[in-house]
Design a protein around this ligand. Structure first.
Ligand SMILES: [Zn+2]
Length: 255
């Protein structure tokens, strides 16, 4: 079996004591590839270090996560833009909008997001997009920017069927993670109505562990639980779901 974790932060210091073992457990579980989205200026070095240690099973993305957009965001973005020139990055992420905790940096978030959407277009790279409490503004920006050249993943998608369809119509894939395994998550009710060729899997480790590991530190090996649940929802064998979602990632990222 071959699964791809399209969004994992295992360079985070929550893995400093067992990072190598974490990677090994992922490989043993069938998670053969892990895509690493950046968060802020401080995460670039540890992310690249992990990629150097595990060049075969990791790929790196570059971007400024919306919750980390602060006063200095323009400087941070210029560092990241230079970093993207080296050509090792397979995507722009994680980027997006997050107005869950506060809206102090709403304007800078919108500006940073638009800038990073432009990078993705210029470099022909897919995006890993984070969106929380910002659906209307997100759609407005994506509609404005979509000229046929934007593609990517709505990471940790947990919205309604209508929201899912809006993103699909805009040309995006849906990244499903541990939340999909939670009892109160509505995605399972309409998931079989969605095109399987637009679904990809992720952990968002160390966050949002799937059932039966909910509450624990998440890690890529746990992707199997999410995959198992989604295979159940689509009423198909796990192997087939793994093949389908891996094919989707390979096509989207042009691996
Ligand atoms: Zn993330």
């Amino acid at each position: 079996m071959c699964l791809i974790d399209t969004h994992t932060h295992i360079y985070d210091n929550q893995f400093s004591l067992d990072r190598n073992e974490t990677v090994q457990r992922a490989l043993d579980a069938g998670v053969k590839m892990m895509l690493l989205p950046n968060v802020d200026a401080s995460t670039i070095a540890p992310m690249l270090e992990l990629h150097e240690q595990c060049p075969d099973c990791t790929r790196v993305m570059m971007g400024l996560q919306p919750e980390e957009v602060k006063e200095d965001y323009k400087e941070v973005l210029s560092t990241m833009e230079k970093e993207l020139e080296c050509g090792i990055y397979v995507g722009v992420g994680e980027v997006g909008l997050d107005f869950y905790w506060d809206v102090t940096y709403e304007k800078p978030q919108l500006d940073a997001f638009e800038t990073q959407l432009d990078w993705a277009k210029q470099l022909h790279l897919p995006l890993s997009i984070h969106c929380r409490n910002a659906f209307d503004k997100m759609v407005k920006i994506l509609e404005k920017k979509q000229d046929g050249n934007l593609r990517g993943i709505m990471h940790c998608f947990t919205g309604t069927e209508e929201e899912a369809k809006v993103y699909l119509e805009l040309g995006f894939h849906l990244g499903l993670g541990g939340v999909t395994t939670y009892k109160n998550c509505g995605v399972k009710d309409y998931l079989p109505n969605l095109p399987l060729d637009r679904i990809v899997l992720e952990t968002d480790a160390p966050y949002l562990s799937p059932v039966p590991c909910r509450g624990k530190r998440n890690e890529p090996a746990f992707l199997v639980y999410t995959a198992h649940r989604i295979a159940e929802i689509f009423q198909m064998p796990l192997e087939d779901l793994a093949t389908a979602t891996t094919t989707n990632v390979n096509a989207l990222f042009r691996f």
